[in-house]
Ligand binder design. Structure first.
Ligand SMILES: Nc1ncnc2c1ncn2[C@@H]1O[C@H](COP(=O)(O)OP(=O)(O)OP(=O)(O)O)[C@@H](O)[C@H]1O
Length: 356
């Protein structure tokens, strides 16, 4: 699949002037509040008609203002999941799920239904009313309803924003399954570095109505495009599989990008696919093999790049295995340790978390 969007639109004093191309997988639109993420999504969905623009999905032109082409939202077959699950209060979960199927081709129905119910863990909730569900459960049902309409593309606008951290943690594994086990492309709006890092294959960073950068999460979730808080959260994302579990100590060993990474998480099980987040603030650099450390993970590697971020801070990229591990050090430490590209070093990782 290929989605191409190009838009110019004035909304009061705000100007949206953005273009993105997305292939399969999860494409995140990331940016601060008011950067234009939702406005761009609304154009993709057909909920807004810009003054000028084009939207092409695969070979089909959905919008072309110059040729007066506009395909209305219900004919685009895109699923939409909003920040708040907009379930029908008078229908049970089963009824809400059934509603989405009204608009889908009737054929493969039963099979799809069972698969979606299983994928999102909804089976125990089927007879409940939306009022008796937690926020995370409601959101899972909303995602299920969108999926059962057999969308060609799923648009998710901050689907976790209204949930607390615990509920987010509960629903993120379902979104990962959705990404890994279906071939429905997803455009995902978020302003959480951790969420985007965990889910997205590609990220478009929006700022002031424009796309400021586009690339993989580790390429673009860095530097001046992020706020100070976001920079602290950024780092490396590794994709891997749990190789073994030490139940006694609640430790798992994950093979990820050519590295063996120890992760402290008692819930992991062997064979599970996971993404790991190594925040760059939690990485130290040593020029000799450190001993007597409490850190569980020390990776041998070579410095590939150093990026001066200003304010006396340097972002160092260490190539280790097939991974890139980022560390943030002061320019002073850089000089003192003689850190230059090509120098062998050790990355001492203080914490690894499942990317959330
Ligand atoms: N119909 C409109 N008329 C005037 N201004 C608008 C209109 N719609 C959106 N805007 C403005 O456009 C800007 C971008 O809004 P948008 O909702 O796209 O941002 P966002 O990145 O999704 O933000 P958030 O993360 O807060 O949802 C905002 O400043 C908003 O006030």
């Amino acid at each position: 699949m290929r989605l191409f969007v190009e838009v110019r639109q004035s909304l009061g004093a705000f100007h949206l002037d953005a273009s993105i191309a997305a292939d399969g997988g999860v494409t995140a639109l990331f940016g601060r509040s008011g950067s234009g993420k939702t406005s761009l999504m609304r154009v993709i969905a057909g909920l807004a008609r810009p003054q000028w623009g084009r939207v092409v999905f695969d070979e089909t032109v959905l919008l072309d203002t110059e040729r007066s082409i506009f395909v209305p939202p219900h004919k685009r077959r895109f699923g939409y999941v909003f920040q708040e699950a907009r379930l029908f209060p008078h229908l049970s979960v089963r009824g809400n799920l059934g509603y989405g199927r009204w608009f889908s081709p009737p054929a493969r129905d039963r099979e799809d239904y069972d698969r979606v119910v299983e994928l999102l863990g909804i089976a125990p909730l089927l007879d409940r009313a939306p009022a008796n569900l937690s926020g995370g459960e409601r959101q899972r049902v909303a995602i299920g309803r969108a999926l059962l309409a057999s969308p060609q593309l799923l648009l998710m606008d901050e689907p976790l924003a209204s949930l607390d951290e615990e509920r987010k943690g509960e629903i993120l594994p379902y979104l990962e399954r959705l990404r890994n086990e279906t071939d429905i492309p997803i455009v995902y709006v978020s302003h959480s570095v951790a969420e985007v890092g965990r889910l997205a294959d590609r990220v478009a960073i929006m700022a002031g109505g424009r796309v400021a950068a586009i690339g993989t999460p580790s390429e673009v979730l860095k530097g001046k495009l992020l706020s100070a808080h976001e920079r602290r959260e950024s780092g490396s994302i590794l994709a891997g599989i749990v190789r073994s579990v030490d139940g006694q100590h609640g430790l798992a060993t994950v093979a990820a990008d050519g590295l063996l990474v120890a992760v402290s998480d008692p819930a992991l099980h062997e064979g599970q696919s996971v993404r790991l987040h190594i925040p760059e603030r939690d990485v130290m650099i040593a020029t000799v093999m450190p001993v007597g450390l409490s850190a569980l993970n020390v990776f041998e590697g070579v410095i590939s790049t150093l990026e001066d971020e200003g304010s006396g801070v340097v972002r160092v990229c260490i190539a280790s295995g097939d991974a890139q591990i980022f560390a943030r050090v002061t320019a002073f430490s850089c000089e003192r340790l003689g850190l230059i590209a090509g120098r062998p070093v050790y990355a001492v990782v203080k914490s690894v978390a499942l990317a959330r």
